[in-house]
Design a protein around this ligand. Structure first.
Ligand code: LLP
Length: 379
């Protein structure tokens, strides 16, 4: 599945995106979307321009969290009205960019932010469509650093303040309240977490009905996980079960639009970090495979203890040996995996760190004055 011949002339480390798998994943999503369902790809997962173009061409919208992401999406050909813009700290220029482009809606996370949007929209003689991000206080089964929907997290407006905030928006001249936004966390594989969110939204809707407030749009965020252990067995996430959960559990009102913001599930499995083995170093208790990619290229193992399956692309038939696969960065946490059994490696072999399409290239840094990894994809 990897075009290894083509890799020969490319400087390592680099990200390889399998655009065929990406297109199959996009088809699988579109097949499962139901009437009234809208998918906004969470751009934060990967903004590689070729990847973005494929997603835009598939007709998905996008979910942005910065002015830079909005611009990248406009450049890639997404329609402005299909862009939603979230984030707890939107700068004035980012809000202005969104207003000027005419994005679909702003997912607003506080009253002070609402006031600024109202003011800036007024100055530009525009009306900003706003959804409120509600903190549903739903726990999710994932790494503590990537849960977002708990009361202790910085995100969203507390549920008990929701009606008050909607009333404030309704009084404002330059904003139009158009919906509610939620997101409970990332890399969720248990559908019960999404079901719990549906239950919470159902409760809220009943409360809002009683207040006579109608909510044209419900945005449930993203979060569907991928199989990091077995990327080849499960290259495409279980979109059927995911959408089924919402279809059966969430009580939508007549004409209400449902929005999703999946990131990882869209691009995660189609990307791999390709790296070259520099040295095999035998220590007193360990054998290290030192590769030319480091935590600067893929930070997830160091930051979240995340596992990425590592494959020997050059000599997959070699007898299995045990390695700590490590990078060249001057940090002890620059380790991809410890005590890992894989086909024997030698200097010059290429390895693929799989399932790195989401939150891989985009989270790279230049620490140690390293060059950012490039992305390679066949159009
Ligand atoms: N919507 C909102 C409001 C979000 O905060 C996020 C992710 C998403 C959608 C997309 O979530 P996804 O479908 O990709 O799970 N860097 C971490 C993940 C951080 C996720 C942040 N928010 C990682 O490498 O695992």
């Amino acid at each position: 599945m990897f075009p290894i011949e083509k890799f020969k002339g490319i400087r390592t480390p680099f990200y390889y995106y399998d655009t065929e798998l990406l297109d199959q994943t996009l088809d699988a999503i579109k097949k499962e979307l139901r009437p009234g369902y809208n998918m906004h790809y969470a751009v934060k997962a990967c903004t590689n321009p070729i990847v973005l173009k494929h997603i835009a061409q598939a007709g998905l919208g996008c979910d942005c969290v910065s002015g830079g992401e909005i611009q990248a999406c406009l450049d890639a050909g997404f329609k402005a009205e299909d862009i939603v813009f979230a984030g707890v700290g939107k700068s004035d220029w980012e809000i202005e960019l969104g207003l000027k482009a005419g994005i679909g809606f702003f997912n607003v996370e506080s009253i002070p932010e609402l006031e600024v949007i109202n003011e800036l929209a007024g100055e530009m003689q525009k009306t900003a469509r706003v959804c409120f991000r509600i903190n549903p206080n739903v726990g999710a089964h994932t790494h503590a650093n990537i849960t977002t929907g708990l009361a202790e997290n910085k995100f969203g407006i507390a549920m008990e303040d929701m009606v008050k905030v909607i009333r404030i928006a309704q009084e404002m001249k330059n904003v139009e309240f158009v919906g509610l936004h939620f997101h409970i966390g990332s890399q969720l594989l248990v559908m019960d977490d999404f079901a719990a969110l549906c239950d919470r939204i159902n409760e809220l809707q009943a409360q809002l009905d009683a207040e006579g407030i109608s909510v044209p749009n419900i945005n449930v965020g993203g979060g569907l996980g991928i199989d990091y252990q077995n990327p080849d067995a499960n290259p495409i996430p279980n979109f059927k079960a995911y959408f089924e959960t919402y279809a059966t559990r969430l009580n939508l009102r007549e004409g209400q639009q449902l929005h999703f913001e999946l990131g990882r599930a869209v691009v995660g499995q189609c990307g791999s970090l390709i790296s070259k083995v520099l040295y095999i170093k035998k220590g007193s208790v360990k054998q290290f495979a030192i590769v030319d990619a480091g935590m600067t290229d893929l930070i997830r193992p160091a930051l979240y203890d995340a596992y990425h399956c590592i494959q020997n692309l050059t000599s997959p038939e070699q007898p299995v040996e045990k390695y700590d696969v490590v990078g060249p960065i001057c940090e002890s946490s620059d380790v991809f995996v410890k005590d890992y059994d894989m086909p024997g490696l030698k200097r010059g072999d290429l390895v693929a760190m799989r399932s790195a399409g989401a939150y891989g290239e985009i989270m790279a840094s230049q620490y140690n004055c390293r060059q950012l990894p490039k992305g390679y994809a066949e159009l």
